[in-house]
Design a protein around this ligand. Structure first.
Ligand SMILES: Cc1ncc(C[n+]2csc(CCOP(=O)(O)OP(=O)(O)O)c2C)c(N)n1
Ligand SMILES: [Mg+2]
Length: 369
């Protein structure tokens, strides 16, 4: 069975701005009540998008290779295909104060937020130079410095935590907004409803983003609930909500700009359903018997990185040599990440005692990390 957004994406492949496509995107949703000025998508933005998204893709391709070599262990969930959802959001965010939280598909988001990719890779390899000194691993990348709050393995667990981060921003009047990401499977968890209710009641500065990649492990969206427009879950809370073409960073940036603006001016949360797709399996040990190879290939025709590169070429934003230089920079950086991680030591056993609280005077014993 094809995922529910297949028709919509097919139309995008054909490049047809048909009435049907517009309907699928904008009928009945509660977005776009007012026109918000988005940061211009200039030539520089396109070139940055290309370099960033290519880095994220190649970084993760390298992780997959390292996993096969058993240098990355445990679970590994890759983001390939979903990059536009992140690129568009980062364009709309204020990276000096906004926050982000997501599930376990979380390696490239912190890089986008400013974390050194070498430290992310070292974390995945369990090295002491990693973001959590090698003790978090693949599913738990975290950086307080860059306001990236994980990396959560409990499906849907991060939804109320994201609302809580937004509560802190409101309480301390920081002016920040929290991007709270989760998957289509997580959208069916009860925690979503509790978080939505409180976030609307208190008009918290949060954007809830469901990345509908068609599947929760091997279960397609159609097999999860009797309706497949996940964004409509916002309607029950009168939360502004709607679907977005998650394969196109410009569309993502537009929707995110409106949502972030709403949150920042004190008008509360927005719920966006990013219609996207993951090319790789759920994790590295996934035989993918629930979908066909043809389906994956169809989505690759509207690959977000290719879409951005096509604009760069059409608009003559860069010469062939300049594009090649970007690709070389990305390749070199990924290699540098591998070298840094391989040369870094594993943590000392003693480090284990630095990350537990001493029960006697808990909670006053400072956690040493
Ligand atoms: C509470 C809970 N239930 C079940 C699982 C097992 N599990 C891990 S990932 C996953 C699927 C989640 O799919 P989705 O939310 O669509 O995210 P995606 O993997 O597609 O990014 C499940 C059921 C879990 N980690 N936590
Ligand atoms: Mg999913």
């Amino acid at each position: 069975m094809l995922p529910q957004n297949f028709i919509f994406l097919q139309l995008a492949i054909l490049g047809e701005e048909t009435i049907l496509r517009k309907k699928l995107l904008f009928t009945n949703n509660t977005l776009a009540k007012e026109l918000i000025q988005m940061k211009e998508v200039t030539k520089e933005v396109y070139l940055k998008w290309y370099e960033d998204m290519l880095l994220w893709r190649k970084f993760e391709d390298k992780l997959a290779a390292l996993y096969i070599q058993q240098k990355v262990r445990g679970f590994l969930h890759l983001y390939n295909g979903q990059e536009a959802v992140l690129a568009g959001a980062l364009h709309a965010m204020d990276l000096t104060k906004d926050k982000m939280i997501t599930a376990y598909r979380n390696h490239v988001q912190p890089i986008g937020m400013g974390v050194d990719p070498r430290r992310v890779m070292a974390e995945l390899m369990g090295k002491v130079t990693g973001t959590s000194k090698g003790m978090g691993g693949s599913m738990h990348i975290f950086s307080k410095e860059f306001r990236f709050y994980g990396g959560h393995g409990i499906v849907g667990g991060q939804i109320p935590v994201g609302a809580g981060l937004a509560f802190a921003d409101k309480y301390f009047e920081t002016g920040g907004v929290t991007m709270t990401y989760f998957g289509d499977g997580a959208a069916r968890q009860g925690s979503l409803h509790e978080a939505f209710n409180m976030a609307m009641l208190w008009k918290l500065p949060v954007v809830f983003i469901v990345e509908n990649n068609g599947y929760a492990m091997g279960t397609s969206v159609e097999r999860t609930a009797n309706h497949t427009d996940i964004w409509k879950l916002g309607l029950g809370y009168e939360m502004p909500c709607g679907p977005v073409d998650g394969m196109n960073p410009v569309k993502v940036a537009e929707a995110m700009t409106e949502a972030i603006d709403r949150a920042r001016r004190g008008d509360g949360p927005t719920f966006l359903e990013m219609k996207t797709y993951r090319y790789r399996g759920h994790s590295m040990s996934d035989a993918q018997l629930y979908r066909s190879k043809d389906e994956v290939e169809e989505y690759k025709k509207i690959d977000p990185i290719t879409q951005v590169l096509d604009v760069i070429k059409d608009q003559k934003y860069a010469t062939q040599e300049e594009i090649a230089a970007i690709e070389q920079r990305v390749k070199d950086l990924v290699e540098e990440c591998v070298k840094f991680s391989e040369e870094s030591p594993y943590p000392e056993v003693q480090q284990l005692y630095d990350v537990v609280y001493d029960q006697e005077n808990y909670p006053f014993t400072p956690h040493k990390l």
